[in-house]
Ligand binder design. Sequence first.
Ligand code: PGA
Length: 252
Amino acid sequence: MKKRQHIVAGNWKMNKTLEEGRDLAKDIVERLQPSEVIVVLATPFIHLNSIGNVINGISNLKLAAQNCHQEESGAYTGEISVAMLQSVGVEYVIIGHSERREYFNETDELLAKKVNAVLNKGLIPIFCCGEKLDVRESNHQTQLVENQIAKALFHLSAEVFEKVVIAYEPVWAIGTGKTASPEQAQEMHLYIRNLIAKKYGEELAQATTILYGGSANAANAKELFQQPDVDGGLVGGASLKAEDFITIVNSF
Ligand code: PGA
């Protein structure tokens, strides 16, 4: 069985021109020290091929897409298939980011199809889940996250589920500077791990990598990563500066 890993993924979102992106990737390559941590760069689609060439040959530095289409190919103008991503060296695909859910109406039913598309080609989905502020305030976050995970992931066999990476990203913490406290993150990560244990057994739950996302930065990463069920981070804003991003990578 695959072992639980430490992963820090930078989600660049819709930021950086090609030149700026290449400069950032080069800066990251220069600062990166050899370690067990898997470092993932989720760049805009259009930069993937070029950034892939910048990071090529560095074994713990991987390329990710921020989204994909669920179909293999066909008349879907403007969309990108998993096979296309694979052909430029992408290994991870972020699925179900809250911005995709919110602005592009992605439902858990659609996300289940995207997860399948990614796994069918042997790539790794980083599946995002997390509650909005009103849900947290009414203390329904565990039911909400359970529902998201059950609907989009629990149709998978144990053998396939073992490839999935989960990112818990409370929506109220994304881009707001309001990080979940290490205790809030730990509580939710443990809840998610227990859900996986109930469905697939304790061994697989212990082997699953669960990342935290939402205003993770160079100052708070250490405390977050010290939590026993937090295996790394999905980082937005702080991934756009190499120095901060590498500080986060070095925070285990
Ligand atoms: P943030 O974004 O670190 O800027 O809050 C995280 C994310 O959306 O993945």
